[in-house]
Design a protein around this ligand. Structure first.
Ligand code: HEM
Length: 209
């Protein structure tokens, strides 16, 4: 922040410093805001890319090689992964007022956990919801939440995931999983502990006797 104060750049920290100067936010909100954006943006997008690779290399989605030629299929595959295997499984909010929902009374200020991943598999919305179908229509996803808290970076995240998937498909169409992907044992975030791949199966080194 001190550095940006001395020399403003076209970036988030300079933007927030500016907002603090004009009184739109308090200066002590800047660190938590930057922290939130970094946290919300990096791990989630990395998880989505890992889940896309797990789906296509694990045989649920279309083969990676097919994605190199077909941008529409890349977008559809990323969208279906966001539905079946969303990086953020649930969100938690406090109710602003008392409501009845699905036969339950939720009192004002109660803490409510919304399992977005379950909504993504609602059988009233999706035929055979557990099946991975890249050509599924319509395919509304709760993967970026809904309403006022809808993800600020959804457009950027989709662009990153589609671009990375397409580039990987172009460069390494023969990529293979070499071990079962391992995730961190967290309930909410589907991030990976390891995702081991062989980039080019044709370049597999000869096994010595
Ligand atoms: C695949 C990647 C991503 C997924 C799955 C994702 C998912 C979500 C979800 C589910 C929420 C709602 C959280 C809640 O209501 O408690 C959210 C909010 C948010 N996301 Fe993302 N996100 C992703 C990428 C990003 C990126 C790239 C950025 C920033 C560049 C970002 C910034 C934010 C912020 C600031 C919020 C809070 C919005 C608010 O409460 O008003 N996210 N995201």
């Amino acid at each position: 922040m001190d550095q940006r104060r001395r020399s403003a750049q076209e970036d988030l920290i300079s933007f927030l410093l500016n907002a603090a100067e004009s009184g739109e936010i308090e200066e002590d909100e800047i660190v938590p805001l930057v922290f939130q954006v970094f946290n919300a943006s990096y791990q989630t997008t990395a998880s989505l890319l890992g889940s896309v690779l797990t789906a296509v290399l694990g045989g649920d989605g279309p083969a990676l090689g097919r994605l190199a030629e077909d941008l529409g299929l890349v977008a559809a595959t990323v969208g279906e992964v966001l539905r079946t295997d969303p990086p953020v499984q649930s969100t938690g909010q406090h109710a602003l007022r008392t409501v009845r929902l699905g036969g339950h009374r939720i009192a004002e200020s109660d803490f409510v956990i919304a399992v977005l991943a379950a909504g993504n598999r609602d059988p009233e919305q999706f035929a055979s919801p557990d099946e991975f179908r890249a050509d599924r229509t319509p395919r509304q996803t709760l993967g970026f939440d809904w309403g006022v808290h809808h993800c600020l970076g959804a457009g950027l995240a989709l662009l990153e995931a589609r671009t990375a998937t397409q580039r990987l498909a172009e460069r390494f169409p023969d990529m293979q999983l070499v071990a079962e992907p391992r995730r961190w044992p967290t309930a909410n975030m589907r991030s990976f502990r390891s995702l081991e791949v062989l980039l080019d199966s044709r370049a597999r080194p000869a096994v010595s006797p």
